[in-house]
Ligand binder design. Structure first.
Ligand SMILES: Cc1cc2nc3c(=O)[nH]c(=O)nc-3n(C[C@H](O)[C@H](O)[C@H](O)COP(=O)(O)OP(=O)(O)OC[C@H]3O[C@@H](n4cnc5c(N)ncnc54)[C@H](O)[C@@H]3O)c2cc1C
Length: 499
């Protein structure tokens, strides 16, 4: 059994990151960027030695752009994230199977034990596999051939290899993921049916009107959308070569013939490691404003983390959490624009065409998030610093240390098609309460839909579809949560504020 121990300065802090996805990679990059001020990562007094352990065998990639790979628009290497700086140790294709908190080591599936001073869990999410009849073989764990989740590069490559022009594909789930997958499969020439259980598409982001515009666009792409459509099970056929899907059974008894089925039924935070180690878990791994779990040496960021009761499941929140934690774990402040790093906007980092694909921006405090340091639980300090048992807690040298107060998310998606792209941006809560102001412009001819909801002098939420001319000004106002200017509210949808 290999134990990873290397000679180190006594003041060198060993940061081990579990999960080489978007949050873990961003943290490693940012720690490296901070460490530029003190030499290479892992060298020199006061520096950090970073090890990132990821079970996926691929170089880190921008998950948000997987649909573009599936659509055949980008090769997988195009969506690669910038490689971690020299000095960051990356273990790929290695799964962490246990956290040994007593010895402060993680145990890997190859038997290796990696010691840490600070451990960061960035384990992401698992796709939700719905309880469908026929999904799993009686005693097995394997999905039938032709049935795919859509979370990883391997999922994407397997789906890409299976799809053929004319293939009958059923996508189960009409959220952002299902809509993206359906569009990509249609672009590959498949005959796609999108089965959505609720009343409209992308219900987390859109209201019924905007969803109607999206539905018309999907229809123009050749995607048949069924809403209020509950899937009950899968029909399969067994052959010598395996068990293959042949149809999707609906609750009303109707069956949709299928060569391919994509499960896009949501995600669940990956919390198994934390839970088994006795770290507090609610829906996600519970963290405070310092991204710290109930164990002061263990942190969590990204999709697996739950902050102030919120599991974001979004790239922008993962990025923001990684950036705050890098500030907390680093001995020095970052250099400005270090090593060409920019935010994890997929098109900023790796994609060649800034006009395409899913994009995400978001920052600043979420509505309802408690003020810094006020969220005390389980004996945690109320001032922002946790009361650590003993002196093992990775220390923070300054009282001006960064804090995470939640993320204000703005979701963007571009659905490309032969007839032109449909741009979409949504933020906050687009459902008005009595007394809220609603500004709404819809143009059926141009297939545009714009709506913002205002409460008092603040933006509560909004949706832009087809015309994103005002998105820059709206995004700035939303992210900063500043009072709206004293201009007529209509200007929010007609005046781009110079953006
Ligand atoms: C197709 C698709 C489209 C999306 N579109 C958008 C979008 O438009 N906007 C948006 O904001 N978000 C979007 N998301 C969500 C976004 O990708 C996630 O929020 C983001 O990836 C979260 O980053 P993360 O690092 O927390 O998790 P991940 O990126 O999932 O990374 C977690 C990593 O940890 C690894 N891991 C887990 N457990 C272990 C272990 N025990 N040992 C070793 N490694 C482990 C996993 O294999 C994985 O590589 C999309 C997601 C998908 C799949």
């Amino acid at each position: 059994m290999e134990s990873y121990r290397e000679p180190m300065s006594p003041r060198c802090r060993r940061v081990v990151i579990v999960g080489g996805g978007m949050a873990g990679t961003r943290l490693a990059q940012q720690l490296a960027a901070h460490a530029v001020g003190v030499g290479a990562v892992g060298v020199g007094a006061g520096s950090v030695e970073v090890t990132i352990i990821g079970e996926e065998p691929h170089p880190a990639y921008n998950r948000v752009l997987l649909a573009e790979v599936l659509a055949g628009r980008y090769a997988p290497e195009i969506i690669a994230l910038p490689a971690p700086a020299a000095g960051v140790r990356r273990l790929s294709g290695v799964q962490v199977v246990r956290i040994d908190r007593a010895t402060a080591e993680v145990v890997c599936d190859d038997g290796r034990r990696v010691p840490y001073d600070a451990l960061v869990l960035a384990t992401g999410s698992n796709p939700v596999l719905p309880p469908l009849r026929g999904l799993f073989e009686p005693d097995g764990q394997d999905l039938p051939d032709g049935v795919h989740a859509f979370r990883t590069m391997d999922d994407c490559l397997a789906l890409g290899a299976a799809v053929r022009p004319g293939a009958r594909a059923v996508v189960i789930g009409g959220g952002l993921l299902g809509v993206s997958a359906a569009r990509a499969l249609a672009q590959r020439g498949a005959q796609v049916v999108l089965a959505q259980q609720s009343e409209h598409l992308m219900e987390r982001q859109l209201d019924p009107g905007a969803s109607g515009v999206l539905r018309r666009h999907m229809a123009a792409l050749g995607v048949e959308v069924h809403t209020e459509c509950r899937v009950r099970g899968l029909r399969t056929r067994a052959t010598d070569a395996g068990r293959f899907v042949k149809a999707v059974e609906l609750a009303d008894g109707y069956a949709l013939e299928a060569d391919l089925v994509v499960l896009a039924c949501g995600v669940r935070p990956r919390v198994g490691l934390a839970r088994a180690a006795g770290v507090e878990v609610a829906r996600g791994i519970v963290i405070d404003d310092e991204l710290r779990t109930s164990d002061p040496r263990v942190f969590a960021i990204g999709d697996c983390a739950e902050h102030a009761g919120v599991v974001y499941g979004l790239a922008g929140a993962a990025q923001e959490q990684a950036d705050v934690l890098a500030g907390l774990l680093s001995p020095t402040p970052p250099l400005p624009e270090p090593m060409g790093l920019r935010p994890l906007d997929p098109h900023g980092d790796s994609a060649p065409d800034p006009a395409l694909g899913n994009r995400f921006v978001g920052n600043r405090s979420a509505e309802g998030a408690p003020p810094s340091g006020s969220w005390g639980r389980n004996g945690w300090a109320q001032t922002g610093h946790r009361a650590a048992p003993g002196n093992e807690t990775p220390p923070r040298d300054t009282d001006a240390a960064p804090r995470y107060h939640g993320t204000r998310t703005l979701t963007r998606l571009t659905l490309t098609s032969a007839s032109g792209p449909l741009d979409l941006a949504a933020f906050g809560n687009p459902t008005p309460a009595p007394g809220d102001d609603v500004i709404h412009l819809a143009d059926a001819t141009r297939n545009t839909y714009r709506k913002v909801v205002v409460r008092g002098d603040r933006l509560l939420g909004g949706i832009l579809l087809g015309d994103l001319g005002t998105v820059g000004a709206l995004a700035r106002t939303w992210e900063s949560d500043e009072p709206l200017p004293a201009t007529p509210l209509l200007h929010l949808l007609t005046n781009d504020g110079g953006s």
